[in-house]
Design a protein around this ligand. Sequence first.
Ligand code: ATP
Ligand code: MG
Length: 404
Amino acid sequence: MFLEKTDLNQATKSLFYAAQAVIHHIESQGYKAYIVGGAVRNILLDKPVNDIDITTNCLPEEIINIFDRTIPVGIEHGTVLVLWEEYQFEITTFRKDGDYHDHRRPDQVYFVSDLKSDLKRRDFTINALAIDESGEIIDYFEGQDDLLQKNIRAVGDAEQRFQEDALRMIRAIRFQSVLNFDIEENTLNAIHKLSPMVEHVSIERIVIEFKKMIEGTGNSKALQIFYQEMYRYIPFFKCLKNDIKKYQIHHATTFEIYLGYIIFCETNECIKRLPNLKISNQEKNLIKTYADIFRYFNIPGYSIRQFVYRYEINLIKDVLKFIHHEKLDLNNMIDIQLLKENYHLLPIHSRSELAINGHDLMIHLGKKQGAWLKQTLEDIENEVIEGRLTNNREKILEWTKQNV
Ligand code: ATP
Ligand code: MG
């Protein structure tokens, strides 16, 4: 049985034992329950498992009755979260999707009594495997074969499945990247034919999959399909003006660094479209910071001290790694050691460490607030960072006499 596999890490084993206990509890009440989806796939691939989904013929109300601690997270789709020891499990009643009219969501979902119907509604054969209470694998769609062949294959008729929910096409390239698999021919042909339907999918759902895709080691193959087939139908990406060949990368990275790189390559028009991705302000700011860092690597005669003063060294490191991996040709290359040395040489690390503030300057110079103040503070800050002016109140005031 798979739990005896010695190469599973202890955390994964403990999680599976807890899931088995939950399944045992459901079955002791006369129902059937199985582990499904990503957890089965990952365990068969010897990959870490972070969460386990369970499917059952027990109805949601009954799950709430038979467990002490539950949260009805998606009761309309049949999903209840069960808290068990220090773990939590999403338990979903076997279901079948009704008709689809908008290429995103079924009009209705129906609870059914058999596992096979539930597995049939799932997207890819490798995601349609189940494990029963005794640890046996249940595989109606040759998902194990596809795991061995490293194939992403739609369950059933690929065209129909993508017509139902166009997000599945983006999920196909997400799994292609994360697992470093290939998309099987029929499934790929269906993507080729139906990718314009991606237009019907909400950007929030696309971004969730896109983020995982960018972080995968197979992102190069996945991006190739993304730029051949899909980007024209997706907000923000459809506005790209630059030669999209530039956006074909070859190493796993994060969404924010990748978007920072795109913003760096693109025009202002494109930056304005960033809100169309409907991501948080925090993410947008990080993306803009990364874009600024990329730009800094291209400023002629740039000051390393200013660079390490303005941007967190870890963010600079992220960009440097991306530049090296993707062999980008930028003006200023620098090694991380030099960045660190310059950081340690900085007399101040933020404006609040300046020995003087705006109020002091106004009093000392007998001037009212105005544009001059912001400029003067900036100039003082630059002089101090560059080591041309000591961060000392008297020295700074003396400097203002000659320079303001
Ligand atoms: P991960 O490890 O990245 O979470 P996962 O396979 O668990 O991968 P989820 O997005 O969490 O992926 O989805 C859980 C399961 O639900 C999938 O394995 C699949 O069986 C099913 N599923 C999710 N989204 C869809 C969809 N759009 N269409 C059909 N089935 C889906
Ligand atoms: Mg999951």
